[in-house]
Design a protein around this ligand. Sequence first.
Ligand code: MRU
Length: 338
Amino acid sequence: VTATAAPLVALRFDPAANALLALDQRRLPHEERVLELSDAAQVADAIRKLAIRGAPLIGVAAAYGVALQLAREPGSLDATCALLRGARPTAVNLSYAVDRVRAAASRAPSPAEAALHEARAIHHEEEAASDAIASHGAGLLSNARRLMTHCNTGALAAPGRGTALAVIAELFDRGTLESAVATETRPLLQGARLTVYELAKLGIPHELTVDSAAAGLIAGGAVDAVVVGCDRVAANGDVANKVGTYALALAARAAGIPFVVAGPTSTIDSSCPDGRSIKIEEREPEEVLRVGGTVLAPEGTACRNPAFDVTPASYVTALVTERGVAQPVDRESVAALR
Ligand code: MRU
């Protein structure tokens, strides 16, 4: 079922339809189309195919997915949680949210109601977190006039204003930001398609660049800092985020500019000791071999398509969360946040 979406409401639970309404991010920026998802299999499919994406947003979607399925099939808690948890491996927000809903449902007399209540609670918490992240991040980066960001970390990636893009938007609202540089973010172009779409809607001056130009632009002094989101932060502060993030961190270190990571504490995985323990999603070769319908390389070419990479904590200047800023980023400062 499709309809025209209200701008930048990435996800909404509709109690009348008992359905999750999600802006189909595969179609942006060309078309604002809403998916109506009414069971866990549909939600898992939308997450797997990146119709719904961004670490906090997939957690919230999966939480509603458990509630939707329990309303249809009360005895399905274990299977439903396994299905949704397995939709994507890297962002810890997915298992964090599913486990919370599962715990709430398994001890309640009415599991479906309890699951929906918990999903709504997570949704509201993530919304509030994004405002606090924006404020803490803007305080930290108050002297940065020109910022570079990677992938998409705005209202399309998290409930509310987002994470790194929320910091950029807050600096713009405070009148100190001159411009943002968005990296294209191959292979699926979240920067070109989604971040540019959000920056334009927010009226923030911006430029788009290809990923391979980023290090040279940083070295040449084109930006004052780099700010990105995160999909899983290990206990020692190592950060998994969209592939290409590590290269930006290396370039920022070489140029002597801050490399800041922003995300809610739901993205911190204290059970994961360091970056080597983070499972990195490998996606289909088709995503590398084609852009849109255009074939880029000979058919059958072998591809590597990791969707994320790990930036060691020592390259991260600061970790901005809703509970405050960890700086330097290490085991102690991360533990203090969680
Ligand atoms: O594969 P995606 O588009 O879900 O990857 C998203 C990212 O890597 C974001 O930077 C991350 O989830 C932080 S979003 C607030």
